[in-house]
Design a protein around this ligand. Structure first.
Ligand code: NAP
Ligand code: MG
Length: 400
């Protein structure tokens, strides 16, 4: 059989631990037998990040800027224990943080759904995608503990040196104060990434904040979204037959629970942090959550939402069997190949991406699954298999 050809290289970012093992096997068993894989390879494994003083991460991000599409394996974000374990020169920053900062992107997370695993919310028929703003608010705040008798104020010194003050609170007893910010530039990027993604998925997009209470801060988000939508996206949305819908965060929560799913929910940083865990858990398992970073100028980076599954890796090193779920990593590959196919107009590659996803889903729906899904699945004939047995079962379906 002739293998499918590619024209532009995919930016491939290898990673760590159990997901690094799965990464190689996905390529060997599921992709290279069918596709003449063309990638520009960057080894983001912790050893190589240390060896290159982390320049490999920056190079990979710049390659995504150049080519437009990347696929990334989960990577270790080092802490003190990892510095010792790997004898690192320093505690390198999170690769995802570095890549996100360079691409200025928004992260979209969506669950892979399969027959036999019902969401906890019985009305949900289709996946819900969370778009999380990844800059500012409480994640870049300044906080102070204050004592009774203290007066807290916001002071903003403008470029001319003039001070603008606003009272926060006169404290009669002890308490706490917090200051946070966001920028029009970052909010605008977030809005454009959301609208572009909605168009590419042909799905409605909802956005929610608490603008009735936060009449300046949250209201700024609402206004920027509305302005960008009116001026740049309204016509394209009409043509695509999709909608932009703004509502209060509490109203959004109620509507999400009553909905059938099948839309994108854009959230501010904190809301997105909390709601993406809620959505992942309600749909089943973190191991089934896909994740894609989209930049405002339309560059895409695909990955799994979970980490390197360290506990399973240590078992693997001891020669013990593992049952690590590879679905989110397979979908990172299929998502990246599909996007490459769309951009380069390669119908055969597009069809392969669909086939790979169907083979994966059909394997689980036929009752073959990793052990994390066993307790969730209602199938009568379900069988828990090891990491490689699952990949082999998908490969067998693909070959048919
Ligand atoms: P994790 O790797 O997501 O694993 C946490 C636990 O969730 C696992 O021990 C396992 O539970 C379950 N799990 C996650 N993915 C699974 C899968 N594919 N199949 C089966 N079970 C799965 O998170 P972590 O242990 O907190 O972090 C490990 C390393 O990953 C850290 O070094 C962290 O820095 C890194 N990390 C990277 C990324 C990324 O690159 N995007 C994201 C998060 C974390 P059981 O052990 O109970 O089976
Ligand atoms: Mg979180």
């Amino acid at each position: 059989m002739e293998r499918i050809k590619m024209t532009t290289p995919l930016v491939e970012m290898d990673g760590d631990e159990m997901t690094r093992i799965i990464w190689q096997s996905i390529k060997d068993k599921l992709i290279t037998p069918f596709v003449e894989l063309k990638t520009e390879y960057y080894d983001l494994g912790l050893k190589n990040r240390d060896k290159t003083d982390d320049s490999v991460t920056v190079d990979a991000a710049n390659a995504i800027k150049k080519y437009g599409v990347g696929v990334k394996c989960a990577t270790i974000t080092p802490n003190a224990q990892r510095v010792e374990e790997y004898g690192l020169k320093k505690m390198w920053k999170s690769p995802n943080g570095t890549i996100r900062a360079i691409l200025d992107g928004t992260v979209f997370r969506a669950p892979v759904t399969v027959r036999g695993i019902k969401p906890s919310v019985s009305t949900w028929e289709k996946p819900i995608t969370i778009a999380r703003h990844a800059y500012g608010d409480i994640y870049k705040n300044s906080e102070i503990k204050v004592s009774g008798g203290a007066k807290a104020e916001i002071v903003v010194t403008d470029s001319k040196g003039d001070e603008h003050r606003k009272l926060i609170h006169d404290f009669s007893g002890d308490g706490v104060v917090m200051g946070m910010h966001n920028t029009d530039e970052s909010i605008s990027s977030f809005a454009r990434a959301c609208f572009n993604f909605a168009l590419s998925q042909k799905q409605d997009i909802w956005f929610s904040t608490k603008d009735t209470i936060s009449k300046t801060y949250d209201h700024r988000f609402k206004d920027i979204f509305a302005e960008i939508f009116e001026n740049e996206y309204k016509d394209a949305f009409e043509k695509a037959g999709i909608e932009y819908f703004y509502t209060l965060i509490d109203d959004a929560v109620a509507r999400v629970i009553r909905s059938k799913g099948g839309f994108i929910w854009a959230c501010k940083n904190y809301d997105g942090d909390v709601m993406s865990d809620m959505i992942a858990t309600a749909f089943g398992s973190l191991a089934m959550m896909t994740s894609v970073l989209v930049s405002p100028d339309g560059k895409y980076e695909y990955e799994a939402a979970h980490g390197t599954v360290t506990r399973h890796y240590y078992r693997h090193l001891k020669g013990e069997p593992t049952s690590t779920n590879s679905v989110a990593t397979i979908f990172a590959w299929s998502g990246a190949l599909r996007k490459r196919a769309e951009l380069d107009n390669l119908p055969k590659l597009l069809e392969f991406a669909d086939r790979l996803e169907h083979a994966t889903i059909n394997t689980i729906e036929s009752g073959i699954m990793t052990k994390d899904l066993l307790g969730l699945s209602s199938l009568a004939n379900k069988k828990g298999v090891e990491t490689m047995e699952f990949l082999d079962a998908v490969a067998a379906r693909l070959a048919n």
